[in-house]
Every structure is written in C-alpha cells, then in structure tokens.
Design a protein around this ligand. Structure first.
Ligand code: IDP
Ligand code: MG
Length: 139
C-alpha cells in the first residue's frame, strides 16, 4: 500500500549554488506538499548510515565526503504516487542522462554532485523520513 510520501534532500551542491528556492518551486509546482523540512548538516556517521547500501561501491567515500561538505535541506513530501512521481521529477542519477525539465537536468553538476535525493521505494521513504525527523516534526 503506497504511503503517498517520499523523502528528499537538497544536496550540498544545490545549496552552494544558490538553488534552494528554484528547486522548492519546482517541487511545489509539481504538486508535492511539504510535510516536514529542515536545514541541517549531516555528520560523517549519519551520511555513512544513510548511504550504507552503497558501502561496497567505489564512490562511497567520495559520496560521504560530498554529503558532509556543507548543509542540506531535508524534507518529507506528500502527493499521490509520491515516490515514483518524485523520481520522475528529479530525473536520472547522471544529469547527462536526465530528461529535459527535470531538477537534475537543470541543477545537477555531475553524477556524484547531483543536486537532489529522492527515495526509491515507499519502504525506504519511511525509513529515510524517520532517520531525519522526530514524530512531532512531521505534519
Ligand atoms: P539515486 O540518487 O539516483 O538513487 P544511487 O545509485 O542510489 O542514485 O546513488 C546514490 C548517490 O550516490 C547518487 O545520487 C550520487 O550522488 C552518488 N553516486 C551514484 N553513482 C555515482 C558514481 O558513479 N560516482 C559518484 N557518485 C555516484
Ligand atoms: Mg538511490
């Protein structure tokens, strides 16, 4: 059963490049409602845990370093079919492959520094949302 919620992070490159407002505009325009949001910075321990599934990948160290290099915006978003629709809105991992009109096509710098995270399943959306937000921070 779909929860109609997904979890996102605007990543350090998006913040550094001044794209918070433009990305949030795209998210709102696509019909997502914000259910939780914070401006924060991941510790190395948090970034390692969040990306644990990639621990064996060659880019894991680089990914953790990048994700802890500056602040992020974390948010829980709601919309019918949220997980799949948000993946469509952000586009492919590598901006070179991302469709026209997607967030990564406009704002990602590279496959690694790709502006935004989106959960890949309802189950992970729930886990990732709870990783970043206490119950009383979710509306
Ligand atoms: P996704 O964010 O589109 O779901 P994943 O394969 O889950 O992509 O990878 C998680 C994150 O790891 C990516 O968003 C990106 O920041 C980083 N990443 C993935 N593949 C590479 C790579 O080949 N080189 C460097 N970083 C990568
Ligand atoms: Mg992923």
């Amino acid at each position: 059963m779909a929860t109609n919620r997904t979890f996102t992070m605007l990543k350090p490159d998006a913040i550094e490049n001044g794209h918070i407002g433009k990305i949030l505009d795209m998210i709102n325009a696509a019909g997502f409602e914000i259910k939780a949001m914070k401006y924060t910075k991941l510790t190395t321990d948090q970034a390692q845990k969040f990306y644990e599934v990639h621990a064996e990948r060659p880019f894991y160290g680089e990914l953790v370093e990048y994700m802890t290099s500056g602040p992020i915006v974390a948010a829980i978003l709601q919309k019918e079919n949220a997980v799949a629709d948000f993946r469509t809105l952000i586009g492919a991992t590598d901006p070179a492959d991302a469709a026209e009109g997607t967030i990564r096509k406009y704002y990602a710098e590279s496959k690694g520094r790709n502006a935004v995270h989106g959960s890949d399943s309802d189950e992970n959306a729930e886990i990732e949302g709870k990783f970043h937000f206490a119950t009383n921070e979710i509306f």
